[in-house]
Write a protein that binds this ligand. Sequence first.
Ligand SMILES: NC(=O)c1ccc[n+]([C@@H]2O[C@H](COP(=O)([O-])OP(=O)(O)OC[C@H]3O[C@@H](n4cnc5c(N)ncnc54)[C@H](OP(=O)(O)O)[C@@H]3O)[C@@H](O)[C@H]2O)c1
Length: 383
Amino acid sequence: MKNITLLGATGSIGKSTLSVVDQHRDKFNIFALSANTSWEKMAQLCHRYQPKFAVMMDENAASQLQSALDNDTIVLSGEQALCDIAAHEQTDYVMAAIVGAVGMSSALAAAKAGKRIMLANKESLVLAGDIFMDTVKNSGAELIPVDSEHSAIFQCLQSGRSGLSKIQLTASGGPFLHTPLSELQSITPDEACAHPNWSMGRKISVDSATMMNKGLEVIEAYYLFNLKPEQIDVVMHPQSIVHSSVYYKDGSTLSQLGNPDMRSVISYAMAYPRRISAGVAPLDLASNPPLEFYSPDLDKFACLKLAFDALKQGGNAMGTINAANEVAVDAFLKQTINFLDIALVIEQTLEQTKHAVLNSLDAIIANDQTARELATQIVAKYA
Ligand SMILES: NC(=O)c1ccc[n+]([C@@H]2O[C@H](COP(=O)([O-])OP(=O)(O)OC[C@H]3O[C@@H](n4cnc5c(N)ncnc54)[C@H](OP(=O)(O)O)[C@@H]3O)[C@@H](O)[C@H]2O)c1
């Protein structure tokens, strides 16, 4: 029986993780759960899973949750409590599924404590890739990606990396793959969040629509698989059936395919190196629509180009674009700026930030804060 600490339990990945746990209650126990403010949803989860700990990032939400519970679950609040449950000696596996840079410290705490980290929070690697990977190496933690593309690459690489020439991440193109650039200015948040294939939280849905999500994934892949930037390629694939591919020097390509359902990825991370059922329908290639592939349009999807640029620049550039993107997406979701302004805010934040090498967590956090302040000022110009 493995004890799971599920960070971001009330989100989309949280829900899919609990669905896999429900199918294997004999193998997995929910030891701790976390959320930000959604205390009512959390009360339902505590009632159902009886975790030892429930952590709300927000103090008021923690008080509300405490009043709503009549079981033995210990309710805590704040970032340190998130780190404590991630590193707790009774925690075996940590699902790091908090959205945004705020999820980094708890994922890192799990890494330091040598846990199996099932990493959905790609921001941890975008901000602190070198420190995170060094920590995993030094502590003996296991790092298993929970992003469909990275899980695909991870699965393909099980046969080894001898002769690897490049990897190729697939991208659905989100809801605007075929929308002309001229029509993107008037896109509403609900339109941007209506992803054709995947059901996800609102922030990552907007990131998919701008393709910043793919950009962050390129950076995530760079650290996870220890590649050179030029070994990472992106191809548009609207059906989201081929989850990603590895190309070898001998002309062979290995790809991983499946229906777009995060439960496949999550169950793989939970059962690795074995496989267990996930409740996902098997692929039926004969009745599937034709699989299409296109090169990405980097003029239309400027965020993807910005992410490649940031990766090539290195240093603080990746954390800077991530912070600017979080500020810009939040402003877009609040209808303060337009869809196309998101890329402009990121571009200007990057241009106005002095290049620096960040050698410590403190420096990474300070850069994140500075970039957020700058991006907020730039957002105000477009508001
Ligand atoms: N969804 C997917 O299919 C998918 C696929 C691959 C990777 N990912 C990655 O997985 C992560 C989670 O994505 P998601 O789609 O599950 O997001 P989501 O549905 O928006 O859920 C986010 C979770 O994080 C919690 N949270 C939000 N702000 C927080 C804060 N300040 N402090 C602590 N907890 C906070 C939320 O709690 P409340 O409910 O209280 O707000 C919720 O439990 C992201 O990094 C995303 O890029 C997602």
